[in-house]
Write a protein that binds this ligand. Structure first.
Ligand SMILES: NC(=O)c1ccc[n+]([C@@H]2O[C@H](COP(=O)([O-])OP(=O)(O)OC[C@H]3O[C@@H](n4cnc5c(N)ncnc54)[C@H](OP(=O)(O)O)[C@@H]3O)[C@@H](O)[C@H]2O)c1
Length: 399
């Protein structure tokens, strides 16, 4: 029987388990996907606590996850443009992507370009549509300067690259260990923490024109203090500040139809124009370890589950910082968890920069952001009247 992540009650990471479940049967317009990779997101962790139960009620046992990439196993009646064996990228609107087999609406899928790794494809949806929506919201232009907080995180690592593609100069506050990566993407890295405003001013002598906040905790106020106009500030993480100051909160909904945006992003990745850093890869059985790492809130890029893979991460590996790129880790790890020859050895966690911008993040503090994330996920569903094969690629800001 296929395995799936399940939980029976709201709670912490320890309520998560991997169960054997009935094989799903695709209904009209649905496709059964054998999941190769499923990225994990912080919104799922907050939902699981029950903090948003009024907004997003759960029925138990509950599944978990939206992001997925895999191979089509079966197609239901009325599905056109997809066949068994097709490699696809997509999202599950029922929060159940962390499974070996999952039902997906065909309109929530696009074909996976061969050059895009499973890890990257499976992590693309939530952070991808959100980064597109957030960057579009602030309309960066050539010659302007944009700051992206949380610059090396899941959303931030894509937002900095998309903003840079507009020709704008991009400044990215991040931990020291992420500075080399940011430089490699032509982004100006700076340390966050005490003195961040002065460091931004020094890096942007002509001023800051736009600000994308993916972290919260004071960055909206910082953007205002830097003189950025309210309609050029977008936060996906601090909705109280957005309401107070009248700045934007555009995320995935603003990006357009989810499958269409996924197709555009996948093309950019396949063509080498966009990179999704993969921080770590876990087998489905280690879903608890995966969320333990994610909830530390210092992920560079994405953490991904690989259903159907039976490798095991050693404890040290689970806590090492990001090192992998484009799915190089593991995926041919031996079954005993020993990395293949030549793979990077687990390393101790990197030190945090001194001080923090305002205060350390907590799951509770991210609740509103999570609500927005989920609204985005739900609303970014089927909306493309052209059908899955008719997704026109090439968003005007992403070319
Ligand atoms: N509205 C939407 O549609 C939507 C969608 C997705 C996500 N979100 C929200 O967006 C936020 C980011 O999500 P994500 O998936 O990108 O998170 P993530 O991958 O966990 O990234 C966390 C980032 O926060 C940075 N960080 C940690 N402590 C910091 C501090 N004190 N000051 C500045 N930066 C700090 C980390 O940077 P270093 O590692 O460099 O320290 C890391 O890059 C979350 O609040 C999430 O709920 C909203």
């Amino acid at each position: 029987m296929p395995k799936a992540v399940r939980y029976d009650e709201f709670g912490g990471i320890d309520v998560l388990r991997v169960d054997e479940v009935e094989r799903p049967v695709p209904g009209d317009g649905q496709v059964l996907v054998r999941v190769k990779a499923a990225g994990i997101n912080i919104s799922e962790a907050v939902i699981r606590t029950g903090a948003l139960a009024d907004l997003f009620p759960s029925t138990f046992p509950s599944g978990q996850g939206s992001d997925l990439a895999g191979v089509i196993e079966e197609v239901g009646a009325g599905v056109a443009g997809f066949s068994p064996g097709d490699e696809v990228i997509g999202f599950n609107q029922k929060r159940a992507s962390q499974a070996e087999l999952v039902l997906v609406e065909a309109s929530d899928l696009t074909h996976k370009p061969e050059k895009v790794s499973w890890e990257v494809a499976g992590s693309l949806y939530v952070v991808g549509v959100t980064a597109v929506g957030a960057v579009l919201a602030v309309q960066p232009k050539e010659g302007e300067t944009v700051v992206v907080s949380g610059a090396a995180g899941g959303v931030g690592s894509l937002a900095v690259q998309l903003a840079r593609r507009t020709g704008a100069t991009v400044i990215g506050p991040a931990s020291e260990s992420n500075h080399e990566w940011l430089k490699s993407r032509d982004v100006i890295p700076i340390a966050y923490g005490e003195g961040v405003a002065d460091r931004i001013r020094a890096a942007a002598p002509s001023g800051v024109d736009a600000f994308v906040d993916t972290f919260g905790h004071g960055y909206v106020e910082l953007a205002l203090a830097l003189g950025v106009a309210t309609d050029r500030i977008d936060t996906i993480a601090d909705f109280a500040a957005a309401e107070k100051h009248g700045v934007k909160t555009d995320g995935g909904v603003a990006a357009g139809p989810g499958a269409k945006v996924l197709a555009e992003l996948a093309d950019l990745i396949a063509d080498g124009h966009l990179e999704v850093p993969i921080a770590n890869v876990y087998p489905l059985a280690q879903v608890r370890e995966a969320y333990t790492e994610l909830e530390r809130r210092h992920t560079h890029g994405k953490i991904v589950l690989r259903p159907g893979q039976d490798f095991r991460l050693r404890h040290e590996a689970a806590s090492r910082p990001h090192q992998a790129r484009q799915g190089e880790w593991p995926p041919d790890r031996a079954a005993d968890g020993v990395p293949p020859r030549g793979a990077q050895a687990p390393q101790p966690r990197r030190p945090r920069p001194e001080g923090s911008f305002r205060h350390a993040p907590t799951l509770g503090a991210g609740m509103l952001a999570t609500a927005f994330t989920l609204i985005s996920e739900v609303r970014a569903g089927p909306a493309d009247a052209t059908g899955h094969n008719g997704h026109r690629r090439g968003h005007r800001y992403l070319r």
